[in-house]
Design a protein around this ligand. Structure first.
Ligand code: G3H
Ligand code: ZN
Length: 286
């Protein structure tokens, strides 16, 4: 069934695993992610950035596609459709109107007071219709679509501010930037577990780890122990699908049928997603 993230994440936090948010980029990603979830018997969050929604034909197209595929595949596991890094109250409203069951309002680049005020408005609207909300503090480095944060702008979330934001807004889950990066890491990721622990002592809602690509398994497991119940992955699926397309086209330079290279790419995404679900411990939890 199509659900919000609220129950999924509470259960995950209680049972010490994380639900993966896997980002949609096109139809093949959507197929691969839903198939992987059903085969792994895992809850799943379909992440949709504003850029990806534009590319795929708008919020309504995304919702229609996810619903149709869930029906076609007889999906029984819980699925959430989540706006990733929503940039404004208006865009969150548009996503909710189209049928998204969850939204992230990313006010992390705004001053704290404004972030709280904007997040609170989104929470009030969302909770009235059973939609879950994620907020962010600190700055995740790297690039995801329209969102670019230079190394100089990267910032670790401040524990007291996290407590203030969560308490004043009533969000369902919370992304504290603690050294993770969107896209491939340059060198080893440097997550601050000390600060993670400090925030965990102040904040009760489940945490979200952005930039899930390239974080060593040990660190992912540690982050789960320190309160993370959601891990976001996009680049890793993109890389495995692109590698497969390159491989097929190198072997068959005259190939022109998209089904012949996007089909194998879809299988590669599915494998990546299944592997992540096992790593996060969400397999066989639905
Ligand atoms: O919001 C999306 C994620 O944080 C994706 O990060 O592309 O590094 O896996 P990633
Ligand atoms: Zn992110």
């Amino acid at each position: 069934p199509l659900v919000s993230m609220t129950e999924m994440l509470k259960t995950a936090q209680k049972n010490q695993y994380a639900v993966g948010q896997f980002n949609l980029n096109n139809m093949e990603f959507t197929q691969a992610i839903l198939q992987a979830a059903e085969e792994e018997k895992s809850p799943v969050i379909c992440g949709v950035s504003e850029g990806a929604a534009r590319y795929m034909g708008g919020f309504e197209t995304v919702v229609t596609l996810v619903k149709a595929l869930m029906k076609e595949y007889n999906v029984t596991v819980p699925v959430a459709i989540h706006l990733d890094h929503g940039s404004s109250f208006e865009n969150c409203m548009k996503a909710m109107k189209a049928g998204f069951t969850s939204v992230m309002i990313d006010g992390s680049h705004h001053p704290l007071e404004y972030n709280i005020e904007m997040t609170k408005r989104v929470v009030d609207a969302a909770h009235a219709i059973g939609v879950s909300v994620e907020a962010e503090l600190g700055r995740v480095g790297g690039q995801e679509d329209d969102l670019i944060v230079s190394e100089a702008e990267e910032a670790y979330a401040i524990p007291a501010e996290c407590k203030e934001l969560v308490e004043q807004t009533g969000v369902d889950c919370f992304a504290a930037a603690l050294g993770s990066v969107h896209g491939p890491y340059k060198g080893e990721p440097n997550l601050s577990f000390t600060r993670m622990e400090e925030i965990q002592q102040l904040v009760e809602v489940p945490f979200v780890l952005h930039g899930g690509t390239g974080i060593p398994t040990e660190d992912v497991k540690k982050a789960i122990r320190y309160g993370h119940a959601k891990v976001n992955v996009n680049t890793e699926s993109q890389m495995s699908s692109a590698a497969k397309v390159r491989e097929v086209l190198a072997e068959q330079p005259d190939q022109y049928d998209p089904r012949k290279y996007l089909g194998p790419a879809r299988d590669a995404i599915k494998e990546t997603v299944k592997f992540k679900m096992q790593e996060f411990g969400s397999s066989n939890q639905a």
